[in-house]
Write a protein that binds this ligand. Structure first.
Ligand code: SAM
Length: 288
């Protein structure tokens, strides 16, 4: 279980904040989040070291700078900008209602954010995915976002070990009219994935989303790599782990697992990868 954070990458160490705190409008207060428009340097190029140094003294990270054309900066997301992002998310009413109900429950901070859910749905649509797997469903927010955009004959295997959370998810699949698309598997996710492989379903899935036990990420990934077809996607959540992955002083077991997973993925020539700083960080992997 993790505290779901929306990562703000504005300083030497990543800053972070509770995602919703039980409300749609996030309550975010952090004195270090400064102006988005401050410039680091007017030199023509910055080395990585300069870059690192600049991060200690300024709020924005400059990745390139040119005397004539100015700086190329990585945008930092403060509460005002994140509110703006949320006003540009097309969250279906049924998802909003599920999010509001989940906000009253224990563990609600684990849910993906509306902007993340929208990205997952978009990836499924771009891919034309028909068969999907989710590892870590909780009350169903991300899986419902996916099920809503699957075609009528689409199929989503939703794995979770928490029977109570699954009951909420099923109620919302019903209300949204997508129950026929979702195959809920109550139990340990790795066991479910192994049973799919044993049932001859290797290479039969287009899309997978990983959002369960962090220490199991490598195992989930290996199993999903068997289940997903060439060209299919495996999207992995929490890869920035509230910014702890980049802090050498943080070495608890979950941080180490995710850091190792990220390192392995960098070297893994079975997939193309893109790490996206949305929510708590998601890596999109495409099977080669
Ligand atoms: C971060 S939450 C998932 C949130 C969900 N994707 C959403 O957006 O609402 C993680 C879920 O993984 C489940 N989980 C953790 N370890 C698991 C395991 N070994 N097998 C199956 N489910 C697991 C937890 O019960 C929890 O519901």
């Amino acid at each position: 279980m993790s505290n779901r954070m929306v990562l703000s990458y504005t300083n030497s160490f990543a800053l972070f904040r509770p995602k919703f705190n039980g409300h749609f409008i996030p309550s975010i207060y952090h004195s270090d989040v400064l102006s988005l428009t401050r410039h680091v340097s007017s030199t023509t190029a910055l080395s990585f070291c300069q870059l690192q140094a600049s991060k200690h003294h300024d709020s924005a990270v400059t990745v390139a700078s040119d005397v004539r054309y100015g700086s190329k900066q990585i945008i930092s997301v403060d509460s005002t900008l994140y509110d703006y992002i949320l006003t540009n998310v097309r969250e279906p009413k049924i998802l909003r209602e599920l999010r509001e109900e989940t906000a009253t429950m224990r563990g609600s901070q684990m849910q993906v954010s509306p902007d993340q859910a929208q990205l997952l749905a978009m990836l499924v649509q771009i891919l034309g995915a028909k068969r999907c797997i989710e590892v870590g469903t909780y009350t169903g927010y991300s899986s419902l976002a996916v099920a809503l955009v699957l075609p009528e004959g689409g199929h989503l295997v939703a794995c979770d070990r928490d029977g109570k959370a699954i009951e909420v998810a099923k109620r919302y699949y019903d209300r949204a009219g997508v129950s026929h698309k979702v195959d809920v598997r109550h139990g340990l996710a790795a066991d479910t994935l192994k049973s799919l492989i044993q049932n001859g379903e290797s290479c039969r899935y287009d899309f997978a989303f990983v959002d369960a036990e962090k220490k199991m990420y490598q195992e989930y990934f290996e199993l999903l790599l068997q289940l997903v077809r060439v060209g299919g996607l495996i999207v992995v959540d929490n890869v920035l782990w509230h910014g702890r992955v980049s802090d050498p002083l943080v070495n608890d077991s979950k941080t180490l697992s995710i850091r190792n997973f990220n390192e392995n993925l960098m070297k893994d020539n079975r997939v193309d990868i893109s790490m996206v700083p949305i929510g708590d960080g998601m890596t999109i992997c495409r099977k080669r």
